[in-house]
Write a protein that binds this ligand. Structure first.
Ligand code: DGY
Length: 326
């Protein structure tokens, strides 16, 4: 017997084919997805939900979910859109898609680092403007990248992958995290204060939670070097966007490369006006192969859950014991 699964928004077709083989599928194949009330309605009678980072599963939404729902399978490594502890109490497994987007995301973080520091966006705009009339010795000059300090905030999988790319550019790596991490490459563990003071490039790789919300705010931006570049491919609210726009406008730091924003898809108007900010629409993991694998991994997690097995990427395996009838 196939169990019912809801997919809240369009995902890659391979994952849909797989789900059709193993589940009775209710597929909202649009890019708009479902409004909160429609989501609760469509979740009725479902055993699992394949969700995306734009679906909000607050404690309140989870309380209203049909008790049939046994798993929420996010097509993302981040899961700040889901109140995992509320889900656990209700016996709902939550899964994510770790590991498979590491390289693609790290590539993009490094691309933002390079774009912001080598002023690629400004150069592109200038070349297209028709204002380039002569070659000059100091047109769009910058500081070199090699031998400068790259700081990683959050030395998990993606942080390490970015650090490795930095080593390829002969950068010195420093990092901070809740504790030192065992690494197979040279990197120095430092305090947040030291890191902000000494880093040329800062790349954020923490997940969003109460302790990381506005981790970078006015005080942090003030303590950074004037030549520093900040890169954020983690989650928008890790940075106080208004403070960052102010810092960029007033040259407290040299530039920023941002893929994520506090209120996506809205970007703070003052950031839009900053020429020293390279901005992207949350696409760090956006390669065809990676997004296909993420869709498949979420679908596989959902099938494991509805067939009564532990999904490989369960964030709260203890939820199974709290499930109704467990
Ligand atoms: C994630 O997976 O959390 C990214 O933000 C989207 O790929």
């Amino acid at each position: 017997m196939k169990h019912p699964v809801l997919v809240t928004k369009r995902i890659y077709p391979e994952a849909i084919d797989f789900l059709r083989q193993h589940a009775e599928l209710d597929y909202e194949g649009t890019d708009e997805g479902l409004a909160p009330t429609a989501l609760l309605e469509r979740a009725r009678g479902k055993r699992a939900i394949v969700s995306q980072l734009t679906d909000r599963f607050s404690a309140d939404v989870i309380a209203q979910l049909d008790p049939c729902v046994r798993a929420i399978c996010n097509v993302a490594v981040g899961y700040d859109n889901i109140d995992v502890s509320a889900a656990t109490k209700k016996g709902i497994l939550v899964t994510n898609t770790p590991g498979i987007l590491t390289g693609t995301t790290a590539d993009f973080a490094f691309a933002l680092l390079m774009a912001a520091s080598r002023r690629i966006a400004e150069a592109h705009e200038f070349a297209h403007s028709g204002k380039w009339t002569r070659w000059t010795i100091d047109l769009l000059v910058v500081q070199d990248i090699p031998h400068r300090t790259l700081c990683i905030i959050g030395m998990g999988r993606i942080g390490q992958a970015v650090a490795r790319r930095g080593l390829g550019f002969s950068m010195c790596i420093v990092y901070t995290d809740s504790q030192p991490v065992e690494l197979d490459f040279p990197a120095e563990f430092v305090s947040k204060e030291t890191l902000l003071r000494e880093s040329d490039f800062i790349s954020l790789h923490v997940s969003l939670n109460d302790s990381t919300r506005h981790y970078i705010g006015e005080a942090e931006l003030k303590s950074m070097k004037k030549t520093a570049i900040l890169v954020n491919t983690a989650r928008g609210p890790v940075v106080d966007e208004a403070a960052l726009a102010h810092a960029l406008r007033n040259n407290w730091i040299a530039g920023a490369g941002l893929d994520v924003f506090e209120q996506e898809p809205r970007i703070h108007p003052e950031l839009l006006a900053c020429r020293n900010a390279v901005l992207a629409p949350h696409i760090a993991s956006a390669s065809v192969a990676t997004r296909t694998r993420m869709s498949m991994m979420a679908a596989e997690n959902a099938v494991e859950a509805i067939e009564g097995r532990q999904p490989p990427n369960a964030l709260n395996p203890e939820a199974a014991a709290a499930a109704p009838g467990a």
